[in-house]
Design a protein around this ligand. Structure first.
Ligand code: AVI
Length: 314
């Protein structure tokens, strides 16, 4: 809703609420989910094709090379529930060994519709039942009457974008959705030398920089902000305590920004923290899985040991 001064009401608009709260904090931060408007989603797709961004290639190679092991682990279960749809060819590799139905869960309506359409045309006899939800919300996946066992699929290292509380909450929710005999396949990026990690989040073509800066553009367009993009710079930083690559937007001068009828001051070099991508070892992921009620039964890696795909049981 627009106020008399043409600003968006942060009480009613979730994006405005998060931006106002995030920029008002002592350490400025914005939730990474707002990076994914239409342009942000397209830029993310482009990131996955950059030489430096090894994650997608490595995970896809595991799914291809270990397809029969993964099919054995899944044991022709009915019902694949995918947390965050749109993983494209990765989903198709897992679906090849499964029976009905396929349940993609995603907050973005357009993504869900596109994924459902693509999967339905590739697997004409598969029953696709999309659920439009934020997978971090608490909700039920309706019982479909087939009584089959369920498998959860959460690829792409999106787990790494969740903080520890969110990750545990999601794992517990997956436990409820998938049941005591359920299984899950989760992809996470592995810890490695910091140079390789930082290059993956600051590619030479500048696609990741454009992806990060697009958040300011989105604030300008949707919330009437007056960010001057040329006065901010993308930075990827390694946080040794969190074992995470962080994306920041660095203010290049002392400046003042207005949005939603409020003014925010930035000092030179002050940053907005826009995303964390946590990196795991087999041991640290095992600890996380256990804290969410799961046990690691299988661990698959690509030939270079860059990425891990874990098969979980209860
Ligand atoms: C979606 N997610 C797993 C990506 C990652 O690697 O954390 C998002 C991303 N951010 C910058 N590059 C890619």
């Amino acid at each position: 809703m627009l106020h008399a001064n043409n600003s968006i009401d942060p009480v009613e608009n979730a994006f405005a609420r998060d931006v106002v709260a995030g920029l008002s904090a002592d350490v400025k931060t914005l939730p990474s989910r707002w990076l994914y408007d239409e342009r942000g989603s397209a830029l993310f797709e482009e990131i996955t094709r950059q030489d430096e961004y090894y994650l997608t290639r490595a995970e896809t190679s595991i799914l291809r090379e270990r397809q029969s092991d993964i099919a054995d682990f899944v044991e022709s279960r009915a019902i694949l529930i995918e947390y965050g749809a749109g993983a494209g060819v990765k989903t198709e590799l897992v679906l090849a060994g499964l029976r009905d139905p396929y349940v993609p869960i995603d907050i973005a309506d357009a993504f869900l519709a596109e994924t459902s359409k693509r999967i339905a045309s590739r697997f004409p006899s598969l029953w696709v039942r999309p659920i439009e939800r934020n997978f971090l919300d608490v909700f039920e996946v309706p019982f479909d009457g087939s009584g089959g066992c369920r498998t959860g699929f959460f690829p792409g290292s999106t787990m790494g974008n969740l903080n520890t509380i969110e990750a545990k909450t999601l794992l517990a929710q997956m436990g409820r959705h998938l049941g005591d005999d359920g299984r899950a396949i989760i992809g996470v990026d592995l810890q490695k030398n910091v140079d390789t990690l930082l290059r993956a989040y600051d590619d030479s073509a500048g696609v990741t920089a454009a992806f990060n800066l697009n958040l300011l553009e989105r604030i300008n367009t949707e919330l009437g902000g007056d960010f001057r993009l040329e006065q901010f710079e993308h930075a990827a930083r390694w946080n040794e305590i969190e074992k995470a690559v962080e994306m920041h937007l660095v203010s290049l001068c002392d400046q003042r920004v207005t949005l939603c009828g409020r003014t925010f001051n930035f000092r030179t070099s002050e940053t907005i923290h826009t995303e964390s991508s946590r990196k795991y070892t087999a041991e640290s992921f095992e600890r996380l899985a256990r804290s969410g009620g799961w046990r690691v039964a299988e661990a698959w890696q690509d030939a270079d040991g860059l990425f891990g795909l874990f098969g979980l049981t209860r």
